[in-house]
Design a protein around this ligand. Structure first.
Ligand code: MN
Ligand code: MN
Length: 465
């Protein structure tokens, strides 16, 4: 007979104890998580850039009856709509039974990821090899990107208004591209550099060819041959790179990680690990009370700037247009709205525990992470969600048996970071950061846990249903 001691009983009542979600969840939940992540892994492979993620997401939504929103049309409860902002940011909407003016439920995630962008004049030849100059996009650790097979994705926009799409290096039989590095035998000087300077921005040059055009006269014959191939395949000339958006991303596929297959490894999980749950959650909803809105945004990794970033008026216009359609006021609607700003958090790494504060760090398999504030140096540049709103979200998670945890982004003054939360909060909306813990965030290959991803989906479904 095991009678609990008084202190054990009191502890159970008073302490906040954290527990591994894989011990809390039953087998049904764990296998649902496994199954859910099969779809997630496919989505990752089809959505290597924001343009591709937007396109794939719209296609999935159209299959579920979503149609383009037309200003001036009137819609009724249960109607499923989307607004495509330049093919890079998309809003998915299900009209609720309550008036929009009473507030909507927004889930926002971003679909851009760190990568190497081509410079406007990228192509050159050196030592009879052809290369591309790049300008990295987002916060990468530059030393991680050499000697990784890369694929080229994006578009050439031509003077006649046509757009030529490029995707090369994903299929097994397609060529890849690569940034090269020194051999260790000759790296004595380079090895004295600091890690952040180990590979410099202007050293992220991508090898793209070595075969010279067969003519013994003339110079730059390798470059000439590359342009000839590009002209045959895409109908472009060198000047067309100026109006192109071409992105080099890891050519690898998503996969399971671990003997127990409990984790997912892939490029681009920040933030498709939240975008996919947000999308699939709204696709699974029929007729919510409050209008449901999912925003999949571009440009988060470079500060949410530009007309496809969320530091623009895009969200304001989406909500205002929806309110107007019912003769309501957009500002009132925004003030009554609430939002999950869905983005990844840093999972505490067993090998690199230094920058984390254990009591307030996210752990893999401990569930979806709620983050009251992000920021750096004394909470600067963050949406600090109000206690009342955090309580509302906590209650929702517990009532739905969702496994969750709370975390900051690392130790005080260890660094820090931001999300789209503060831009949506600026509109008067109640916002909290929420997402999935990631290991090796922003690396060419990031790791997440399946249970956390599934709990992220369940949270978003519960929030918007
Ligand atoms: Mn992110
Ligand atoms: Mn990021």
């Amino acid at each position: 007979m095991s009678e609990k001691s008084i202190s054990a009983e009191l502890k159970e009542k008073l302490f906040y104890e954290r527990k591994n979600g894989r011990l809390k969840a039953d087998d049904t939940v764990l296998s649902a998580a496994d199954e859910y992540c099969e779809g997630y892994k496919q989505y990752l492979n089809l959505s290597k850039t924001e343009r591709e993620a937007a396109k794939v997401s719209i296609k999935m939504a159209e299959e579920k009856g979503f149609k383009p929103f037309v200003i001036g049309e009137s819609y009724s409860a249960g109607d499923k709509l989307y607004i495509n902002n330049r093919g890079k940011t998309v809003a998915f909407i299900i009209v609720g039974t309550e008036p929009v003016e009473k507030g909507v439920n927004i889930t926002a995630a971003h679909i851009d990821s760190p990568r190497l962008d081509l410079k406007p004049n990228p192509l050159y030849e050196e030592l009879e090899l052809a290369l591309f100059k790049t300008h990295y996009y987002g916060g990468i650790r530059k030393y991680q990107w050499p000697t990784v097979p890369l694929a080229l994705h994006g578009v050439f926009a031509l003077r006649d208004g046509s757009v030529v799409e490029v995707s090369l290096g994903e299929a097994d039989d397609e060529p890849k591209f690569v940034v090269n590095d020194l051999l260790p035998h000759l790296a004595a000087e380079q090895s004295k550099r600091t890690l952040s300077e180990g590979i410099k921005g202007e050293e992220l040059n991508v090898l793209i060819g070595s075969h010279p055009f067969r003519d013994d006269k003339g110079s730059e014959l390798v470059k000439l041959n590359i342009l000839k191939l590009l002209n045959e395949k895409y109908g472009i000339v060198e000047e067309d790179f100026i109006s192109a958006e071409l992105e080099l991303v890891p050519a690898t596929k998503s996969c399971d990680i671990g003997f127990d297959r409990s984790m997912v490894g892939s490029y681009g999980q920040d933030d498709r690990v939240c975008a996919y749950p947000a999308l699939t959650a709204i696709l699974d909803i029929e007729k919510p009370a409050r209008t449901a809105v999912v925003i999949l945004a571009d440009k988060e990794e470079i500060g949410s700037e530009g007309n496809t970033g969320l530091n623009s008026d895009f969200v304001r216009y989406v909500i205002t247009d929806l309110a107007k359609m019912q003769g309501g006021d957009g500002t009132v609607a925004l003030r009554n709205s609430r939002c999950l700003s869905a983005d990844v958090n840093a999972g505490m790494d067993p090998t690199f525990q230094g920058p984390f504060e254990r009591r307030n760090a996210a752990l893999l398999n401990y569930g979806v992470v709620i983050t009251k504030y992000t920021g750096a140096r004394g909470k600067s540049s963050t949406n600090d969600a109000s206690a009342e709103y955090v309580a509302e979200v906590r209650a929702m998670l517990d009532n739905a048996d969702i496994i969750w945890q709370t975390a900051e982004l690392g130790k005080v003054d260890a660094g820090g970071g931001g999300t789209v939360a503060m831009y949506i909060a600026n509109l008067g909306v109640n916002v909290i950061d929420l997402g999935v813990p990631v290991l090796s965030m922003h690396a060419p290959f990031e790791t997440t846990a399946k249970l956390d991803i599934y709990m992220c989906y369940r949270t978003m479904y519960e929030f918007m249903k």
